[in-house]
Design a binder for this molecule. Structure first.
Ligand SMILES: Nc1ncnc2c1ncn2[C@@H]1O[C@H](COP(=O)(O)OP(=O)(O)OP(=O)(O)O)[C@@H](O)[C@H]1O
Ligand SMILES: [Mg+2]
Length: 223
């Protein structure tokens, strides 16, 4: 589903990722770890092709960074859901509108929008919050809505960039449990984090970016 093949990426002339190679299969759950500044967010951006490799290639499904047609990017993005530490909800729109908006822009019929939004709100346990504004929700609730938004198009891959960074430990576990549940239904998930407690609590595959800027991706299996 996803392959990094000798990927190098630099900002200006500062190398961030060097010869990074790994593969992720359908349905996998992967933690992406490494110190602050090691390149985790950069690596995720290379997956959704917000950034393109300087050399080597990233291949995600039928999309290859070397031969990418810019016009294909919206189609790629429909197969990938993304969540961020700071939720990034639209403040002036209700929970319902934050979700329906995603489907309106791709011309989904309104009846189907209602069904999909309600389904996904049920999945994250927040139907009763459908008419609230993001500011009226707790951090954990906002992240659930961001997750709902990320999965509404049924992506095959969910990318989470430090999804529990703004949450207390208990809420972090609730969010992780939700991500685990989504993963168990078949969506592959890559979670970038430096929350090692969380990584320890959920033994799964780990990809580590080594500290500093001489980067190698290491695959480690935790028992
Ligand atoms: N737009 C940019 N222009 C120049 N340098 C950048 C840019 N974005 C990131 N960097 C640098 O690239 C390196 C990797 O950044 P990145 O955000 O990928 O790290 P990270 O592992 O996600 O860190 P954190 O854990 O703090 O989120 C850092 O040294 C950062 O300063
Ligand atoms: Mg980051």
């Amino acid at each position: 589903m996803l392959e990094f093949n000798n990927v190098c990426y630099s900002y200006d002339k500062t190398p961030i990722l060097e010869d990074v190679s790994f593969k992720v299969k359908h349905g996998e759950l992967v933690f992406l770890i490494g110190k602050s500044g090691s390149g985790k967010s950069t690596l995720l951006k290379l997956i959704y092709m917000d950034l393109l490799a300087d050399s080597g290639f990233v291949e995600f499904e039928e999309f290859n960074s070397e031969s990418l047609d810019r016009k294909a990017i919206p189609f790629l993005r429909r197969k990938v859901g993304i969540i961020f530490q700071e939720f990034r909800l639209l403040k002036k729109r209700t929970v319902y509108e934050n979700l329906s908006f995603i489907l309106e822009v791709i011309n989904v019929p309104s009846k189907e929008i209602r069904r999909k939004v309600n389904d996904v709100l049920g999945e994250v346990g927040l139907i009763h919050r459908r008419n609230s504004y993001p500011d009226e929700l707790s951090g954990g609730e906002q992240q659930r809505i961001a997750i709902a938004r990320a999965i509404i198009n049924q992506p095959i891959l969910l990318l989470a960039d430090e999804p529990t960074g703004n949450l207390d430990p208990e809420t972090s576990i609730e969010i992780m449990d939700l991500l685990k549940r989504i993963n168990s239904k078949g969506t592959a998930i890559i979670i970038a984090t430096h929350n090692y407690d969380l990584v320890k609590k959920y033994p799964t595959r780990i990809i580590k970016i080594e500290k500093g800027k001489t980067i190698s991706a290491q695959l480690k299996q935790q028992s």
